[in-house]
Design a protein around this ligand. Structure first.
Ligand code: UD1
Ligand code: MG
Length: 428
């Protein structure tokens, strides 16, 4: 059997070995493909540098392909039970083969692949964000179907105070599928719009995948032996709960962390490769895949708090209430430091004025209106500009480091909520 209590270690180490290979491959391949990408027009100007040189764009494709390759080549490892032959006929016995888990694994790879293709199309044709927002919905279909076929439950456990009123669970039924489809839209797009300074997209995938790996490891039984004088206690450390799902998640997250680290080496300040939307799409989809099939979407959302903040703050620009320029990334000052970028507002509606004044009041944006309120400017509504508003001018690499610190703190808080606070709100 592919996922059996306590016997997973050789497979986890094999996955680790595949991940190390994937890291080395990404590290080595990106500079080798850079020229070819630039040659066919996949290049962009680094808007926060004085140099006018082109940087190869869409290099996340290399990471995505290495990732998919690693996942595909890994298939024989956890599913090696399929090779066990029947002792009587010495033929492979299909009854031993873990078809069910294999179907889930393949559906997950398919979703990641569709996300990669769509990300690539976006990089090639620069699809307008309004049109690309629902793209991940398509990619999540195989995922949702395998969730359905697994008799995935659509219940939500209610926190204790609510349970008294509504019972321990409510069944969301069809709406649970809507929620899951929206989750993949969120994970893919929210990384893509927390972007624009060197290293920031891939930094998010690194911290989030590392957090998921840590969370998965907490669910695997680790053998231990404790010696107290003559007494020797041995057993398993950790919860022997939901192991199959967390192993599955581990097999997807370790290579993702690996290719992200390999990519980050070339994307860190000063970037010699840009991720393109491909990186955001395939990694965002990988997160949705493991959270949905691993049944830990709420935990995942705890790791996405900075992205959620950025998304909600962006909403007035994304949904057309406030003008949204093509690029909202910070602005380079002549002294090499960064200032928040701004958007011009003309003839705003009453609602627009109100929303901006609220954001200004809470320090979420810096807004200025002319005395007749017919014209104005606001700092673009992103986490990056928000941080710059608080810190004053800082260097690009410092801003990336701040985002990394925010992301790590948010993961730490996520763990505290998941394993501390959740105990107060939920049983068990
Ligand atoms: C998203 C953001 C946009 C931001 C852009 C930057 C929204 C709705 N969209 O758009 O505001 O400006 O990402 O990636 O929030 N670039 C740099 N330095 C970097 C990374 C990118 O200068 O470190 C520039 C390059 O010119 C590059 C371009 O951004 O070619 C890539 O933009 P793209 O990923 O296509 O933008 P979107 O994802 O559409
Ligand atoms: Mg992008």
């Amino acid at each position: 059997q592919p996922f059996v209590n306590g016997t997973q270690f050789p497979q986890v180490y094999a996955s680790l070995a595949f991940s190390i290979l994937a890291f080395v491959a990404t590290l080595a391949l990106i500079p080798r493909f850079s020229r070819a990408f630039v040659k066919i027009g996949l290049r962009g100007r680094d808007l926060l540098k004085k140099s006018e040189d082109d940087v190869p764009e869409c290099m996340g494709l290399v990471a995505a392909l290495v990732y998919i390759c690693a996942l595909v080549c890994f298939i024989p490892v956890p599913f090696s039970a399929a090779f066990i032959s029947d002792p009587l006929t010495s033929r492979v016995n299909p009854e031993y083969a873990p078809h069910r888990q294999l179907a889930v694994y393949l559906a997950a790879i398919l979703s990641v692949m569709i996300a990669t293709i769509l990300g690539l199309l976006d990089d090639l044709f620069d699809i307008r964000w309004r049109h690309k927002l629902p793209i991940p919905l398509v990619a999540s279909v195989p995922l949702l179907l395998s969730y359905y076929a697994e008799q995935g439950n659509t219940h939500v456990v209610l926190p204790k105070p609510l349970a008294g009123w509504f019972g321990d669970f409510i069944d969301l039924g069809f709406f649970y599928y809507v929620y899951m489809a929206m989750l993949s839209t969120f994970t893919t797009n929210s990384i893509n719009i927390l972007a624009g300074i060197n290293g920031v997209e891939v930094a998010q995938t690194i911290v989030i995948s590392a957090s998921i790996i840590l969370n998965d490891l907490l669910f695997l039984p680790w053998p231990f032996t404790l010696k107290l004088g003559r007494i020797e206690i041995s057993g398993f450390f950790g919860k022997a709960l939901a192991q199959e799902r967390h192993l599955f998640s581990l097999y997807f997250m370790m290579p993702l962390l690996a290719v992200s680290l390999g990519f980050a080496y070339h994307n860190k300040y000063p970037a010699r490769a840009f991720p393109g939307d491909t990186l955001c799409y395939f990694s965002g989809m990988a997160f949705a895949v493991v959270a949905i099939l691993g049944h830990f979407s709420k935990t995942l959302l705890l790791f996405f708090v900075p992205q959620a903040f950025n998304f909600i703050l962006s909403a007035p620009q994304l949904f057309g209430l406030v003008p949204c320029p093509r690029h909202r990334l910070p602005k380079l000052r002549p002294d090499g430091y960064l200032d928040p970028s701004t958007a011009e507002i003309e003839n705003p509606s009453g609602l627009t004025i109100f929303v901006l004044q609220v954001l200004n009041f809470f320090g979420l944006a810096k807004v200025k209106f002319s005395s007749d309120k017919r014209r104005g400017t606001t700092t673009n509504l992103t986490l990056l500009n928000f941080v710059l508003n608080k810190t004053g001018p800082i260097k690009e690499s410092t801003l990336t480091n701040y985002v990394i610190v925010i992301q790590i703190l948010s993961s730490a808080a996520g763990f505290a909520v998941r394993y501390g606070l959740a105990g107060l709100l939920y049983d068990g």
